[in-house]
Design a protein around this ligand. Structure first.
Ligand code: NAD
Length: 382
């Protein structure tokens, strides 16, 4: 079996995926990394050895005769980079969100349909054990037919991770309801078995807007997750806010899906804790997750109770090796297998588009007084 020649666009925080894809002699090998910033190229050489090919431009990278490219650049560049990769005849792995506008996603889908190149979006949450278990319970009928999905997203490190660099700028992310929410909107759609066709949202910049915008903006140092002062408390003690920060730190969206399911997604960037609370209500029970990883559990109530009561079924959240609760190794495996053999994947590019479409429409709604915004389905056949 010949190794797939793998390229990488953007060697930042998400560069952890690169090691997972570099398996010389076992199906895939790194052929080159592109990043316009010298610091990131040096980091790649330090991490991967002097033999690694590093280039400054996407054009130079795509000249390396690649089979597959991981697009790990900031969100606003996904559309441009995806189109370039697909036009070059390579398969594209796009980090979520697929793009920062619905039109951008549709352009990627249309390019993939025209060129025949494969495109895949790294919605790794579908591979997280907590999500996989909730989905299994729903599919097995543990709560009957789903009628409502509620997700509360407590982004405890919001000030550290989303208000200092490019994430905080509308021009580069549209907003955090889309940027961060794309993960959960996709999960909500998956659990509900439908896609949002109308959304309305409210939101505000409740905490970080009032702090000094005294940071450098741009990119965070590439020294990893723990370097970003995760101890700052209370949120008003945060420093280094991006001078160009103009996205919301609090948002709440209501969604009407094409199959009649109603959903809500709420996101807050200044909570003390970081996790997602999901509730799924069917016509014969409900489930709720308590925690998102090992030690946490999913509780299912599906018989009549008086008041607050013990669950009928408790499913522990399984442990898994690797980043994002084991989801990162599994999503890299899925992408490389798809490039090589095709076939079904747990993730879906149409679903990735629909997650962006809901987040984009929700952002339009929250910036225009909460009016309902309709979402058209994609026209592309893929
Ligand atoms: N799936 C997940 O759980 C998850 C987690 C974190 C980030 N992400 C997504 O991954 C992507 C990357 O995020 P990150 O946190 O690693 O960002 P980052 O800012 O740490 O890294 C982005 C890298 O892209 C490089 N870059 C900028 N312009 C470029 C260009 N024109 N060509 C090539 N490279 C360019 C930057 O120099 C930087 O090194 C984003 O889309 C983000 O939303 C997904």
């Amino acid at each position: 079996m010949r190794d797939l020649r793998v390229g990488v666009i953007g060697y930042g925080l998400r560069s952890g995926l690169v090691r997972l894809a570099h398996r010389p002699g076992a199906g895939s090998a790194l052929a080159g990394i592109c990043d316009p910033r010298a610091e990131r190229r040096e980091q790649a050489v330090a991490n991967l050895g002097a033999g690694v090919v590093v280039v400054e431009t996407v054009e130079d990278l795509l000249g390396l005769d690649l089979d597959a490219v991981f697009v790990l650049s900031p969100d606003h560049l996904h559309e441009e980079h995806a189109v370039a990769v697909l036009e070059a005849g390579a398969a594209a792995y796009l980090e979520k969100p697929m793009a920062i506008t619905t039109a951008g996603c549709d352009r990627i889908l249309a390019t993939a349909a025209r060129t025949g190149s494969k495109v895949y979006v790294g919605h790794n949450m579908r591979h997280m054990p907590v999500v996989a278990e909730m989905r299994r319970l729903v599919v097995e009928g543990a709560i009957g037919s789903v009628k409502a999905v509620w997700c509360r997203h407590f982004v405890g490190h919001g000030g550290d991770f989303y208000f200092k660099d490019w994430h905080a700028e509308r021009a580069k992310s549209t907003g955090l309801l889309l940027q961060k929410g794309a993960h959960d909107i996709d999960v909500i759609h998956w659990l509900a078995g439908g896609y949002s066709r109308s959304v309305s949202a409210i939101g505000t910049l409740a905490v970080y807007g009032g702090l000094p915008h005294d940071g450098p903006g741009g990119y965070l140092p590439s020294t990893g997750w723990n370097a970003h002062a995760l101890t700052t408390w209370p949120p008003a003690a945060q420093t280094g806010i991006n001078p160009a920060a103009d996205v919301e730190d609090l948002s709440m969206m209501l969604m009407t899906l094409d199959n009649g399911v109603l959903a809500s997604y709420q996101q807050c960037h200044f909570t003390p804790d970081y996790w997602r609370s999901y509730t799924v209500i069917g016509d014969a029970g409900r489930l709720e997750c308590f925690g998102n990883g090992p030690g946490g559990e999913i509780r299912v109530w599906n018989s009549r109770k008086a008041g607050y009561a013990e669950a009928d079924l408790v499913v522990p959240i399984p442990a898994a090796e690797g980043g994002h609760g084991g989801a990162d190794p599994s999503i890299v495996d899925e992408f490389l297998g798809y490039v090589r053999d095709g076939g079904e994947t747990l993730t879906s590019v149409v679903a990735a588009r629909e997650a962006v479409a809901a987040g984009y429409a929700g952002t339009q709604s929250l910036r225009s007084g909460g009016r309902p915004v309709a979402i058209a389905p994609p026209s592309s056949p893929r």
